[in-house]
Design a protein around this ligand. Structure first.
Ligand code: ADE
Length: 421
């Protein structure tokens, strides 16, 4: 058994975890290429890096890549229900990477694991939701001065980090990986779309065809969910607060109504808005017997489950990730995965092909920070455009897709203003 410091559920799962990690790696060709180059060039030699990410097979391949680049890495979970215990075991036992994460851990254990990642005294942090950075700024401000910089994986985290920059409390540069086009256009849309449906089906095994399916939000993630639910034959309704997104949903052919209306007719509800109390008491009161509610937004704040618990006379765990709330008037409402990210808690998160691009952005952003952070302010920066485009070209190549190149005449035309019809 490995002697490195770690806190995981069961080291005996390491063989199974290794097989799953290598299976995912087959679909992560861009990251593989970066790993090969990193192992030659060692751009992160000696850099202490703490990552707070979902502990999945794809994340394991990112950790292997950072380690190949010379980084001294530790990993903790960014959600108590998304950890795959076999992956955590393999990282510790097979790859000598310290992991602090146990599937289903309670709040205290979750935060003690974040503290373990902070105690590593990182020079670079990698976050999915900004919990690591906010813990450092709130509880360990003395560590902030040694941070070269940080990267952030998700929309919710970028919003929190921009708030920190606006409050002048950010003490290092942050790269908003989420905002790279090779991240959000694919991971948020196709990744969340597919994995959310996967989570709902694994938890319930219901038929989606013909169901009334309500999606709260029409950002990149919720667009993906609406599109894939429609593809499975569901009748999709979208609820929005943003007039432009609402218009986009309307012209994409979805019904757009307020949640108070949708609550009366929906069979399945999924939130993915990034805000709190999206489905609350007034909506639960209107729902049909048997309604299913789930969340695919980063934090478990979108469904007001405290309201629902107060309305319930009894709760039954039907099977993992499927809980029945029995209400006094005889109706039952079913909640998936305790209102936490249903795609990661009840399924395996986004498929490796999309995480390949997201994590290529993470690896190259860490390399960029190691080289260029001294020239950056204490602010939130985009992934350099050159990195984003390089990743798109590499992913096309890995997918055997060829594209055209502009001819010299076409280039000249694009750069000129004299030519009309
Ligand atoms: N976020 C969504 N899906 C993920 C995955 N498969 N691995 C890590 N983070 C994720």
């Amino acid at each position: 058994m490995s002697s490195i410091k770690a806190d995981i559920a069961n080291p005996a799962l390491a063989d199974e975890g290794e097989k799953n990690i290598l299976w995912a790696d087959r679909s992560m060709e861009v990251l593989q290429g970066i790993r090969e180059r990193f192992s030659q060039e060692k751009p992160l030699e000696g850099v202490k890096l703490s990552a707070c990410l979902h502990v999945t097979t794809e994340t394991a391949n990112l950790m292997r890549t950072l380690k190949a680049g010379g980084a001294d890495v530790v990993l903790c979970a960014s959600n108590p229900l998304s950890t795959k215990d076999d992956v955590a075991a393999a990282l510790v036992e097979k790859y000598d990477i310290p992991v602090f994460a146990i599937h289903g851990e309670d709040r205290d254990s979750y935060y003690s694991h974040i503290e373990a990642a902070v105690e590593h005294a990182p020079q670079i942090t990698m976050d999915d939701g900004a919990d690591l950075v906010s813990t450092i700024l709130k509880s360990y401000p003395e560590l902030a001065s040694q941070l070269i910089g940080s990267t952030e994986e998700t929309t919710t985290g970028v919003i929190r980090l921009r708030a920190m920059a606006n409050n002048n409390v950010l003490q290092f540069p942050v790269i908003a990986v989420n905002d790279a086009r090779t991240k959000h256009m694919f991971d948020n849309r196709y990744g969340t779309g597919q994995s959310t449906i996967d989570g709902i089906l694994r938890a319930t095994n219901i038929l989606l065809a013909g169901r009334q399916f309500v999606v709260a939000g029409f950002g990149w993630c919720s667009q993906g969910i609406a599109m894939r639910a429609q593809g499975m034959g569901a009748n999709v309704t979208v609820c929005e607060v943003d007039p432009l997104r609402a218009l986009e949903a309307h012209m994409s052919g979805f019904d757009v109504v307020p949640m108070a209306e949708a609550a009366k007719t929906g069979d399945v509800f999924v939130t993915s808005t990034g805000d709190i109390s999206v489905i609350r008491k007034e909506h639960f009161e209107q729902m049909k017997d048997g309604a299913i509610v789930a969340n695919s937004g980063h934090f478990n704040v979108e469904l007001d489950l405290e309201d629902l618990a107060e309305m319930a006379v009894e709760k039954n765990q039907i099977k993992p990730n499927l809980e029945e709330y029995c209400l006094a008037d005889g109706r039952s409402i079913f909640v998936l995965a305790e209102g936490r990210l249903v795609n990661l808690a009840a399924a395996e998160g986004h498929p490796a092909e999309v995480m390949d691009m997201s994590f290529a952005n993470q690896a190259l952003s860490a390399e960029y920070l190691a080289k260029a952070a001294a020239d950056l302010e204490h602010d939130v920066y985009p992934v350099p455009r050159e990195i984003d485009e390089r990743i798109a070209r590499l992913r096309l190549q890995a997918s055997n897709v060829e594209i055209d190149r502009l001819t010299a005449k076409q280039l000249e035309y694009l750069e000129s203003w004299q030519m009309g019809t």
